[in-house]
Structure formats: structure tokens, C-alpha cells
Ligand binder design. Structure first.
Ligand code: GLP
Length: 250
């Protein structure tokens, strides 16, 4: 894993956007895996600014999102489908038909999960997957304990994830308790991964990822087994790693 350290959230967002823009320019028909949450919002803003100023085109790009809440319609402001349109898709020239997000209102979730996997395979797999990380080390909505062999599946969200995401809802009771997510093995199949980590609340997660063992109690640890992972992390997120290494050097 390659780690790029940057000063703060703004720098992380700028660097991540530059990274993605380079890839889209080199491969206009790139298949991007996209993440939601607070972390990539700044990156998406930079992509929009670049699209408006420099004309980077997404007409041939196909996207697959990591996850979606179960029970929220795509019109619900808290759905990841709404988020993606609001934060990115409505502001660039991507074709809506080329954007894919698991359906949180599917009649049969097993069929929906299989369909989603099949669709990614038909498109030749994901070239670049953007990832955030939960404070408990989750990736996508793969909570601690998820099998490394998992494909797209439905999950019960951990209480810590429900609490962390409650900030977007009016009341804790409104936060969905289930989600549909790409599995760990789905994520690992992407050719390249870009992991974005910002802020003090993620410093334990980054520390465990860098220093802890690779096992299913820490979903992100699996990334150590991937041949092409780049992490862009800001000073607040790397602070614990730096503290440890300076203590080791004393
Ligand atoms: C959410 C999402 C993840 C995201 C993570 C961190 O629950 N399902 O894809 O990476 O948690 O979110 P944030 O960036 O808001 O800290």
C-alpha cells in the first residue's frame, strides 16, 4: 500500500480529484467504483470544478456505487442515490444510464445482489474503486466480522455506524438499520483502489490498518492483500501512526 500524506481535508480532496482526473483522461471509458459519506464530498466538488473549467468528460465513464441503505427510495434525501446525483452526477456530463447504485427498495434482495455482481462482471470489473473507511474499519458497509469471501449482500449495520450516520437524519430512529453493499471480495476484485482518510476520528482506523493483523474483525485490513492500493490521508488521520513511530525512534 502506498500512502500519500497531505495537510488537511482540502488537500486530500484536491489530490484525490487530480488522481481520478488523470485516470479518466487516460482511460475515458473507465469503470469507477464510487463511495459516499462525508469523506469524498470535497473530491467530488473538485471533479465538478475541473469539469466546468477544463472540460474533463465523463460521457464514456461507467460508475458502480459501493452501497445503499435498505428501505430508502432514490428520491429520499438520505439515500446514496440522491447523494450521488446531488454531489456529482447532476453537475458533470455522465450519462445517467451509466451510473449504477444497488436498489435499496428491491423486491428480492438476493436477486438484486446477484444482478449487481453480474452487471459489474459484464462491464469487465471496476478499474478504480474510491473508498472511505468507517471509524470501526468498515469499507462499503462491510462491518467487522464480514467474510473476506463476501460478494454483494445485505447487512445489519453496526450500532457505531448507525450513530455515525445519524448526523444526516433528523432522529436516530430514522437511520436505516440495514444496507446493501458490495462485498469484501467484490471490492478486492477492482484493479486499483484509492482510499481516502481524513480527520482525527479516523486515526485509529488508519493505525489499525497499517499496524494491525489482516483478519475479518478489521474489514479494511484486507486491503493489505491487494496489489494496487493508494491511500491519501491527512495529518489528523496519520497523527497516531506518526506518534507511534516517533516514540519508537526515541
Ligand atoms: C459510511 C459508508 C462508507 C463510508 C464510511 C465513512 O457508512 N457506507 O462507504 O466510507 O461510512 O463515512 P464518512 O466518510 O462519512 O466518514
Amino acid at each position: 500500500m502506498k500512502i500519500i500524506e497531505v495537510k488537511d481535508y482540502q488537500q486530500m480532496s484536491k489530490k484525490a480529484a487530480e488522481y481520478i482526473i488523470d485516470k479518466v483522461t487516460m482511460l475515458p471509458s473507465i469503470k469507477l467504483g464510487l463511495a459516499t459519506g462525508g469523506t469524498p464530498i470535497g473530491t467530488y466538488k473538485n471533479l465538478i470544478t475541473d469539469h466546468q473549467k477544463n472540460g474533463t468528460s465523463y460521457q464514456k465513464v461507467t460508475t458502480f456505487n459501493l452501497d445503499e441503505y435498505v428501505g430508502l427510495s432514490s428520491e429520499d434525501k438520505n439515500s446514496y442515490s440522491y447523494y450521488m446525483k446531488d454531489q456529482l452526477f447532476n453537475h458533470i456530463d455522465i450519462k445517467q444510464a451509466n451510473t449504477h447504485i444497488p436498489n435499496g427498495e428491491a423486491a428480492d434482495f438476493q436477486i438484486e445482489c446477484n444482478k449487481y455482481e453480474q452487471l459489474m462482471t459484464e462491464h469487465g470489473g471496476i478499474d478504480l474503486q474510491i473508498l472511505g473507511i468507517g471509524s470501526n474499519g468498515h469499507i462499503g458497509f462491510n462491518e467487522p466480522g464480514t467474510s473476506f469471501a463476501s460478494k454483494t449482500h445485505t447487512v445489519n449495520l453496526a450500532p457505531s455506524t448507525i450513530n455515525a450516520n445519524a448526523r444526516y437524519f433528523n432522529r436516530l430512529e430514522e437511520v436505516p438499520t440495514k444496507a446493501i453493499t458490495m462485498g469484501i471480495s467484490t471490492i478486492m476484485q477492482s484493479k486499483e483502489i484509492l482510499l481516502l482518510i481524513s480527520g482525527e476520528s479516523k486515526r485509529d482506523a488508519l493505525f489499525n490498518l497499517m499496524n494491525g493483523p489482516v483478519n475479518e474483525s478489521s474489514p479494511a485490513s484486507v486491503l493489505k492483500n491487494h496489489p494496487n492500493v493508494t491511500i491519501i490521508a491527512d495529518e489528523a488521520a496519520v497523527s497516531l501512526i506518526r506518534m507511534e513511530s516517533s516514540m519508537e525512534n526515541d
